[in-house]
Design a binder for this molecule. Structure first.
Ligand code: ATP
Ligand code: MG
Length: 157
């Protein structure tokens, strides 16, 4: 099992130089004794992508927050909700349905500086689904975005 607070502390350490360059404040709120079953490399890829997007698409002096909550549903059993929230440029409503497509980028001009390919979120979605999870996005242009991932705490079988 993966100890989430240890996992995210080391991931944050890896992200900090990038955030510091842009004077972006990174915070996390992860319960202390929370473990989940899963593939640590896949989880690392998921959250490296989401956190670097959050930093890339947030202006200098902004904020990025990761939070983790535990929920118990009658239908699905124990689940973990992981949210990556930023105070960045946001995503227009018309683009939201397409951002998980391969190579889709909202605006070539504004994302040119970040040198990406537009593959990150399609990989994230694929990995979340391999984990029997779901991903949703909510965003307000000019205010920020939040990506919400729900994963089972225990794997089947
Ligand atoms: P890369 O392949 O390097 O990740 P990318 O970041 O452009 O390139 P995705 O991560 O798939 O590709 O994101 C797709 C597009 O969605 C981005 O180009 C950007 O326009 C938009 N986007 C993703 N995350 C955010 C965010 N947190 N805030 C605003 N826009 C975002
Ligand atoms: Mg990306």
């Amino acid at each position: 099992p993966i100890h989430l607070s240890t996992f995210f502390e080391s991931l944050f350490e890896f992200m900090l130089p990038h955030a510091r360059e842009k004077q972006i404040q990174m915070k996390m709120d992860v319960p202390d004794e929370l473990f989940i079953e899963g593939d640590e490399d896949k989880l690392r890829q998921i959250f490296t992508n989401l956190l670097s997007n959050a930093v890339n698409y947030t202006q200098e002096g902004g904020r990025v927050q990761l939070s983790v909550d535990e929920v118990l549903s009658e239908e699905h059993g124990e689940r973990v909700i992981l949210t990556v929230k930023d105070s960045g440029i946001g995503i227009p409503k018309k683009d939201l349905p397409r951002i998980f497509e391969r190579f889709y980028r909202v605006d070539k001009a504004r994302s040119r500086g970040s040198g990406g390919t537009g593959l990150g979120l399609s990989i994230v979605k694929h990995l979340v689904e391999l984990h029997s999870g779901t991903i949703k996005v909510d965003s307000e242009p000019g205010l920020g975005s939040s990506f919400v991932i729900e994963l089972p705490m225990l794997q089947e079988g």
